[in-house]
Structure formats: C-alpha cells, structure tokens
Design a binder for this molecule. Sequence first.
Ligand code: THU
Length: 157
Amino acid sequence: MQNQSININYQEFSSIDELNAEDRELACAAIEGMKGSYAPYSHFNVGAAVRMSNGQIVRGANQENAAFPSGLCAERTAMFAAGAKYPDKDMQSIAVAGGVYGRITDEPATPCGACRQVMAQYQAKSGKPMSVIMVGGKKIWKFEKVDDILPLIFDSI
Ligand code: THU
C-alpha cells in the first residue's frame, strides 16, 4: 500500500480589478447574468458566463421549477446555450457568481458536481483546458482547468 495525494493549484484574487481584462469581462458577465435567474424557491440567484473560442460570451442563469428536478443550474444553462449556439467552437473559460436575493456572496460561488461533470465533457470535446472562475464579492478563485475542481474525471467509457 502507498499513500497518494492530489495537489490542486489555483489563484485567489481579492477583487475583480486584479483579474486580466478577459477574465474581468467574463466575471462581470457572470454577475450581470444573475439578473436572468428565476429562483422563486431558493431565492439563490446564480449567473454564469462562458467564453467561446470566437470571443463571444454566452450567459446563463439558474432556472427553477415547481417539479424541482426540472430546474437547471446557471452553469449548465450557459454551457448548453453556448454548445447549441456555437457547436463548432471551444469553450475556453466559464465564470460563475451567485447570491441570495441578487446580493452577491462574499465567498466565491462553487459549481455543483453535475455542472463540473458537464464542464469536463466540453473540455474533453475541445481538447484544451477550460478555466473556471468562481466569483465572490470579496474573493475570486481561478482554476486553470476543470481537472482542478474535478479530480479523477470520468470522461468516457
Ligand atoms: N445552483 C446553480 O445555479 N449552480 C450551482 O452550481 C449550484 C446551485 C442553483 C440551483 C438552484 O436554483 C439554486 O442554485 C439553489 O440550489
């Protein structure tokens, strides 16, 4: 038996102003995207934004439903819209932000497991790393690739 470990590296920023111009634009789009949230049950408004290889940004927001499993997270809403709109382009980066009643949380918004799995799929489709930016009001985390937030990825059978 051998003990093993997995090391995850990421960058932490204390303000959106510290991000490079592209990431700042994407983070702001995710925050703006929160306005598209329909969350009458949780009142937790989440916005996401995907940067495509053609420079376009596609936004998404969580959409809830009285039949709970029928709703969808902001990240998947954004990725599925991006995939449908630009099927031949790569998803280079995704940003996510969230907050109760539209007020952004201080801590970064962290994607659920199902959204991470969908990110993994689009990253594998493109064959290039897809960075993930988790935005909070007082802290922002940037991960260079989906593997960093979903170690030991299941990517095909
Ligand atoms: N939600 C997201 O949109 N993204 C996540 O990664 C986690 C959760 C949404 C789903 C639901 O509408 C609300 O947040 C509360 O869970």
